[in-house]
Design a protein around this ligand. Structure first.
Ligand code: FMN
Length: 312
C-alpha cells in the first residue's frame, strides 16, 4: 500500500468532483503531477447493492497511487458492509468519509453535510470505517460546519475517532459554493490536532496556493473546480508555469478524449461534451463549435473536429 507524503507540506490533491473526476480525468491530473486523487463520492448504499455503475466509478488508473475512495453514508451497518467490500478491492489506499455534500438526496439520509449537525454520529461513522477498514488511511472531507464554523471541534473529534487526515473545504454547508472562503478556522484547527490537514476552496493559482499554505500551515492543498477545463493546473502550480501553447492544449484535450473513449467506449462521446464546453470557454467561435460537435456521435469525426478547433 502506498504512503501519502505529507512531510514536505507541498502536497497537491485533486478534489472529488461528482460527474467530473472519473478515471480518465484523474489519470490526466496524475500525469500533470497531482499527488493524491479521490474517487467521486460513492454512495455506500449503491456500493453494497453492487451497482455496476458504482464499481466502474471505483476503478483506479494504474498510475493513480495513492488512491482514496470517498464514500457517503451514515448508517453504521451499511458503512461497515461498504468497507468490507472495499477491503477486497486491491489498489485502494484509503477510505474517505464525505461530510460536505449539500445535495438533498444525501442530506435526507443524514449523510454528507448533515453529519456536521451531529458530530457524535459523525464520530461513530469514522470509528466504524477505522475499525473495519484494512486500508492504510481513514480520512474525512468536511466543510467548516453546517451553518456555524466549527472546524476545530470537527478536527478534534475526527482525530479522536481515528481519522488519519482531514480535508476542509473553507465554507460551511450554508455557504454552498459561493460564500467567500474563510481559511482562518482551518488555521485554528491545524494548531489543535496532530493529524495532517488539507485545505480546499477556490485555489486556482500558485499565488493562492502559497497564500493558503502560509495562512493555514496546512499539510497540503486540494483543487477542485480549478482543474475543470484546466487539468494542467497541477503542473502550473508546481512549476510556476504561466502560459501553455495552443498546440499543447490541443494535445491535452485530445489525450483526455482518447482516455474517455478507452474507458467508456461510444458513451464517452456524449460524456465528453461537458469537458468540451469547459475547454472551449472563452475561445473564438466556441458556441458554434459546441453546437456542431454536440450533434456528432462518430468517435473519429468528433476527434477530428476537436483537433481542428483547438489547433486552428
Ligand atoms: C461539480 C462538483 C462536484 C463535487 N463533488 C464532490 C464529491 O463527490 N465529494 C466531495 O467531497 N466534494 C465534492 N465537491 C466539492 C469539491 O470537492 C470542493 O470541496 C469544492 O468544489 C471547493 O473546492 P474548489 O473551489 O477547488 O472547487 C464537488 C463540487 C463540485 C463543484
Amino acid at each position: 500500500m502506498s504512503v501519502i507524503d505529507f512531510s514536505k507540506k507541498d502536497l497537491v490533491a485533486l478534489a472529488p468532483l461528482a460527474g467530473y473526476t472519473d478515471l480518465p480525468f484523474r489519470t490526466l491530473a496524475k500525469e500533470f503531477g497531482a499527488d493524491l486523487t479521490f474517487s467521486e463520492m460513492i454512495s455506500s448504499n449503491a456500493l453494497i447493492y453492487h451497482s455496476k455503475r458504482t464499481h466502474k466509478m471505483i476503478k483506479k488508473s494504474p498510475i493513480e497511487t495513492p488512491y482514496i475512495i470517498q464514500i457517503a453514508g451514515s448508517d453504521l451497518e451499511v458503512i461497515k458492509e461498504a468497507v468490507l467490500i472495499l477491503n477486497d478491492i486491491e489498489g485502494i489506499d484509503g477510505i474517505d468519509l464525505n461530510c460536505g455534500c449539500p445535495v438533498p438526496k444525501i442530506v435526507s439520509q443524514n449523510a454528507g453535510s448533515s453529519l456536521l449537525n451531529d458530530l457524535d454520529q459523525m464520530a461513530r461513522v469514522i470509528e466504524t470505517i477505522k475499525r473495519y477498514s484494512k486500508k492504510r488511511y481513514t480520512s474525512v472531507k468536511s466543510r467548516l460546519g453546517f451553518d456555524k464554523k466549527i472546524a476545530s471541534d470537527i478536527a478534534l473529534m475526527a482525530q479522536k475517532a481515528g481519522a488519519d487526515f482531514i480535508t476542509f473545504h473553507a465554507r460551511t454547508r450554508a455557504g454552498k459554493y459561493k460564500a467567500p472562503v474563510d481559511f482562518e478556522p482551518i488555521k485554528e484547527a491545524k494548531e489543535l490536532v496532530d493529524i495532517p490537514i488539507i485545505a480546499n476552496g477556490d485555489i486556482t493559482s500558485l499565488q493562492k496556493a502559497k497564500d493558503v499554505r502560509e495562512l493555514t500551515n496546512c499539510d497540503g492543498i486540494m483543487i477542485g473546480r480549478g482543474a475543470i477545463g484546466n487539468p494542467w493546473i497541477f503542473y502550473q502550480i508546481k512549476n510556476d508555469l504561466k502560459y501553455l501553447s495552443k498546440d499543447k492544449i490541443a494535445e491535452i484535450v485530445l489525450r483526455h478524449y482518447d482516455l474517455m473513449i478507452d474507458f467508456y467506449g461510444q458513451k464517452g462521446v456524449a460524456i465528453f461534451r461537458k469537458h468540451i464546453h469547459n475547454y472551449s470557454k472563452g475561445l473564438v467561435n466556441a458556441s458554434e463549435f459546441r453546437d456542431s460537435i454536440n450533434r456528432v456521435e462518430d468517435i473519429k469525426l468528433v476527434r477530428d473536429m476537436i483537433e481542428e478547433f483547438f489547433r486552428s
